[in-house]
Each structure stands twice: as structure tokens, then as C-alpha cells.
Design a protein. Structure first.
Length: 251
């Protein structure tokens, strides 16, 4: 049986796509069968994994234009369902009663083929993100150690509660993931302290593993190669491997 993780936050540029890419690679490297699903019309995950967004995408699977199996591409670091800008039309396309469950329905067809499925989502808490949450067992919330990310946590928490009530009572918060962390920054240490208080208040965990700021992560993605091939010893790359162990131990 697969474990499905949605990586969400309404804030842009905090590391959602990087986390999906890195965790998919980390679990693949450890011998697990992994699928990464790009639910962001920006298609950043599709690009960084080297998937071809001109072939059938997640939008085709959602609309039923293509069977979901036909939308899966086997890339060196992971299997991928890519996306492209057409996915922006999904919200207008689906207006029916069970619109939150469209992704869940298509993943059900293939989930037994995988140990882990990671879903990348766009910034925001709209239709695509709600579909990702409705399809998932767990949610990971990446955040930067700054005040704007902290402010966003309240809205994210409310969205998760809505989804738990309305469409997925089994959904669990795996944890808040502190990204781009600089240990020697007083500001970062203070923001993490505040995040810990907020998380305790909401009764949601923070991963013990923090992801350090690491240029190699951005470089590997722009070169479309696995972070473990590109710079296995870089701080951020080791942190993601450690995070995969933390997730494995909690399963
Ligand atoms: N730990 C890190 N160290 C250095 N750079 C990072 C780190 N994490 C992410 N980045 C870089 O920061 C940028 C934003 O990250 P990413 O694209 O993963 O964010 P996102 O939350 O998916 O953004 P969006 O909301 O636009 O989808 C990218 O260029 C990425 O390579
Ligand atoms: Mg992204």
C-alpha cells in the first residue's frame, strides 16, 4: 500500500517543489517505488525531473482525456506525472459536486504500483491544493524561517481543518519543514522558536530535520539532474536524506 504526501503552502518560493523533487529522489535511491505528481501549472517539478510536459499531463488524466497510466513518465530519479499551464483551466473545468476528489480518483488507479507518492502543489490554497490534500494520507508544510511564513501558517492550518472535516478525515500533518535554514542567523533561530510555539498551539509537529540553505539544490534542479548525483555531500542534500529517514521512522 502506498503512502501519499501532499506538499503545500499558500506562500510561493518556500521549497514545495524542491521538497517533492528531493524526497522522491531520496526514496527512489533507497529502493522504493516512487511517483511524483505535478499539480502546479507552473510545471517546475516537471522541468526539474526532466519530464516532457508536451506529453499527456495530469490535466489530461483529471479530465479523462488520457488514462492515468499514459500520463506517467519514468525518469531516472522517479516516475512523474507532469503538468503544464493548461492545468490553470482545471478550476473552471470542474464545477460538479465531487470536484475535490478528482485527483484522488485517478491516483487510486495506480497507487498500488508505488510505495510513496509525493504531490507538488501551486502556491495558494485553492482547488488544486484541496485536491492534493483530499488525495493524501499526510501533508508536509515547508516554511522559511521568517515572519511572512509564520503568518501564513494560520491560513494553512484552517485549510487543513476544512479538508479534514469536508473530504478527508484521515489526513494527518506529517510536519512543518523548516527550509533554507541558516544556523548562524539570529533571525532564523528566533523565527524557528516562534514557529515551535505556533505549532505547539495548533498541535502539529515540526520535523527535527531542518533543510539548510544550499545552492546545490537549486543548481541540480536547473540542470535537471538528481541532487544525489550532482552534489551528494552538499549540506541541503544530506538534510533531505536525513528527512527521508525521519519520515521512514515515523511510518
Ligand atoms: N534549501 C534550499 N537552499 C537553497 N535554495 C533552495 C532551497 N530550497 C529551495 N531553494 C530554491 O528556492 C527557489 C524556490 O524553491 P521552490 O521552487 O522549491 O519553491 P516552491 O514553494 O515550490 O515555489 P512555488 O510556490 O513558486 O511553486 C528555487 O530556486 C529552489 O531551487
Ligand atoms: Mg513549486
Amino acid at each position: 500500500m502506498s503512502r501519499i504526501y501532499a506538499i503545500i503552502t499558500q506562500k510561493g518560493g518556500v521549497g514545495k517543489t524542491t521538497t517533492v523533487n528531493a524526497l522522491a529522489s531520496a526514496f527512489s535511491k533507497q529502493g522504493f517505488k516512487v511517483l511524483a505528481v505535478d499539480m502546479d501549472p507552473q510545471g517546475n517539478l516537471s522541468f526539474s525531473t526532466g519530464a516532457d510536459s508536451n506529453l499527456p499531463t495530469v490535466f489530461d488524466a483529471l479530465t479523462g482525456a488520457a488514462r492515468v497510466q499514459r500520463c506517467i513518465q519514468s525518469m531516472p530519479m522517479t516516475d512523474v506525472i507532469p503538468s503544464n499551464i493548461l492545468l490553470t483551466g482545471a478550476e473552471l473545468e470542474f464545477t460538479g459536486k465531487y470536484r475535490e476528489f478528482i485527483l484522488k480518483n485517478i491516483l487510486q488507479v495506480v497507487e498500488n504500483d508505488y510505495d510513496y507518492i509525493f504531490i507538488d502543489s501551486p502556491p495558494g490554497l485553492g482547488f488544486l491544493t484541496v485536491n492534493a490534500l483530499a488525495a493524501s494520507d499526510y501533508v508536509i508544510l515547508p516554511m522559511l524561517p521568517d515572519i511572512f511564513s509564520l503568518q501564513g501558517l494560520v491560513q494553512v492550518y484552517e485549510t487543513i481543518q476544512y479538508v479534514q472535516k469536508a473530504c478527508n478525515p484521515e489526513l494527518e500533518v506529517a510536519g512543518i519543514l523548516i527550509n533554507k535554514y541558516r544556523r548562524f542567523s539570529k533571525l532564523h533561530r528566533e523565527a524557528v522558536g516562534t514557529a515551535q510555539m505556533v505549532a505547539e498551539n495548533f498541535d502539529i509537529p515540526i520535523f527535527d530535520t531542518f533543510i539548510r540553505n544550499s545552492a546545490a539544490l537549486a543548481e541540480a534542479q536547473s540542470l535537471q539532474c538528481s541532487i544525489y548525483e550532482y552534489a551528494p555531500r552538499a549540506a541541503g542534500v544530506r538534510d533531505y536524506m536525513k528527512l527521508s529517514q525521519e519520515i521512514l521512522n515515523s511510518n
